[in-house]
Design a protein around this ligand. Structure first.
Ligand SMILES: Nc1ncnc2c1ncn2[C@@H]1O[C@H](COP(=O)(O)OP(=O)(O)OP(=O)(O)O)[C@@H](O)[C@H]1O
Length: 254
């Protein structure tokens, strides 16, 4: 589904991703952990085609198509969903208008019929209920005045509505209280259908107690240096990242 090969990318003059490889098959959940500044958010931004992030070399294919060659909207139309670490506010545009436009644009791109207002509202109400957001949120400006936890619930609501093929959730546990964390995890789990894939960027093992990943990867200095199963997240929780520096020192000595 998503195949990242030897990806090198820079922001401004600094190369951040330095040979990143990652293969994601349909239905898989991959957790990405790693020290601050490792390049985790950069990976999400590069995949989503954010301005200012320049690919130097390597390739990213989604369902066999060159993702890096696509415009931002084309990436979304191809089925990529990126939940930003700090979702943007769009004052003056209601959540409802924004979501309806987005959902129908994607449905059109998939060759599906646009949802009528009534159909959209029904689906949106169900999604709000699922993430425990009051319906009033649909009338508010996009992310306007939302608390951190509300923004995250809103993102998961968008995920449920947009039905992407692959979702990248960045720092999904940042600032979330335990209840919100569980709501987010429940929302994600409800979208796991054996076909949809997820990349979950997290610092904390506790999120992975609720969202069971198939694979855990450690990103350090712009590349994945270790991959394993859920037990790898438990190791990180227990012993931090000191072993990374030791492994690098050993590598340098060898
Ligand atoms: N505009 C920029 N100009 C120069 N360097 C940048 C820019 N944006 C990000 N960086 C650098 O890129 C590196 C990787 O940042 P990134 O946010 O991807 O790390 P991260 O692994 O997500 O970190 P964290 O866990 O702290 O969120 C950092 O050293 C950061 O300072």
């Amino acid at each position: 589904m998503l195949s990242i090969k030897d990806l090198h990318a820079r922001v401004e003059e600094t190369t951040i991703l330095k040979g990143l490889n990652l293969e994601i098959k349909p239905g898989e959940v991959h957790a990405i952990m790693g020290p601050n500044g490792a390049g985790k958010s950069t990976l999400g931004y590069v995949l989503s085609g954010r301005d200012g992030y320049e690919v130097e070399s390597g390739s990213v294919e989604m369902d066999g198509k060159d993702l890096l060659d696509m415009e931002v909207e084309e990436r979304a139309q191809a089925g990529l969903f990126l939940a930003f670490q700090y979702p943007v506010e769009i004052p003056g545009v209601s959540n409802m208008e924004f979501m309806k436009e987005s959902v129908n644009a994607l449905r059109e791109a998939r060759g599906e019929k646009a949802l009528s207002s009534a159909e959209f509202l029904k689906k949106a109400k169900e999604a709000c209920k699922q993430v425990e957001l009051p319906l009033d949120f649909l009338k508010r400006g996009v992310n306007e005045g939302f608390s951190g936890g509300e923004k995250k619930r809103n993102e998961i609501m968008q995920l449920i509505m947009l039905e992407p093929k692959i979702a990248i959730l960045d720092e999904s546990d940042s600032g979330l209280d335990v209840d919100a964390l569980q709501v987010v995890a429940k929302g994600v789990n409800s979208q796991r259908d054996g076909k949809r894939s997820f990349i979950v960027v997290t610092h904390y093992q506790r999120l992975l107690d609720y969202i069971q990943p198939d694979y855990v990867h450690i990103l350090s200095k712009g590349k994945i240096v270790k991959s394993g199963g859920p037990e790898l997240a438990k190791e990180v929780e227990a012993s931090g990242y000191a072993w990374l520096a030791e492994a690098e020192a050993e590598g340098a000595d060898a």
